[in-house]
Design a binder for this molecule. Structure first.
Ligand code: FES
Length: 175
C-alpha cells in the first residue's frame, strides 16, 4: 500500500510530466510546421476603398509581402504593384485591377505621359487603361487580377495578386 511519501513522489512525477508535455507539444508543432501560416501569396488584399478611386484615373498600389523561412520572419517588402482603374457607374466591373508587370519582359509599366494609356519604357508596349494591347510588342494585354468589394457603404477594394509568365500569348501563372 503506498505511503504518504510515495504519494508525494508520484504526484511530483505526474506534475513534471504534465509540465514537459506543455513545453513539448508547441515545440513539436513548430518543428513539424515551422512556416505556420503562409506569407499570403494568392490571398485577397485590401488596397483601398472604392470612394478613393476616381473614374478613369488609374492609381498604383504596392503589394507588400512578408517572407518567412523555417526560422526567420523577414521585414515586409514590396513584391509587385497593381493599377486600379475605377470604371464608370453601371459597368459590369466597378474596378479593373491590372498587374503593373509588363507581359512582354516584366518591366514595371507606368502611365503614358498623357495619362490616357499605359506605356512600358523598356520596349514601348502600349496598352489601353483597361489593359488591352494597342501595339503588338507584348504577346498579350496587361494581366487582369481578380477584384472583390466588401459589403460596406464605401466598399474596400480587395485584389488577389498573382504573377504570370512573360512572353506568352496565354496568361500562365509563374511556377
Ligand atoms: S518589357 Fe515592357 S515592352 Fe518589353
Amino acid at each position: 500500500m503506498p505511503n504518504r511519501r510515495d504519494f508525494y513522489r508520484l504526484g511530483a512525477i505526474a506534475l513534471g510530466n504534465l509540465f514537459a508535455l506543455a513545453v513539448a507539444v508547441p515545440g513539436v508543432k513548430y518543428l513539424l510546421d515551422p512556416l505556420g501560416k503562409s506569407s499570403g501569396g494568392g490571398e485577397f488584399r485590401t488596397l483601398t476603398r472604392l470612394g478613393r478611386l476616381k473614374v478613369g484615373e488609374p492609381q498604383a498600389f504596392s503589394i507588400l509581402s512578408e517572407r518567412r523561412d523555417a526560422w526567420v520572419k523577414y521585414p515586409t517588402e514590396p513584391v509587385g504593384s497593381v493599377w486600379l482603374v475605377r470604371q464608370p457607374e453601371g459597368s459590369k466591373e466597378p474596378v479593373v485591377a491590372l498587374s503593373a508587370e509588363c507581359p512582354h519582359l516584366s518591366c514595371p509599366v507606368p502611365l503614358a505621359p498623357d495619362r490616357k494609356s499605359f506605356l512600358c519604357p523598356c520596349h514601348q508596349a502600349n496598352f489601353t487603361l483597361e489593359g488591352a494591347r494597342i501595339n503588338e510588342v507584348a504577346a498579350r494585354g496587361m494581366d487582369r487580377l481578380p477584384v472583390e468589394l466588401s459589403g460596406d457603404a464605401d466598399p474596400e477594394v480587395r485584389v488577389r495578386f498573382e504573377r504570370f509568365q512573360p512572353q506568352s500569348a496565354e496568361k500562365k501563372p509563374l511556377a
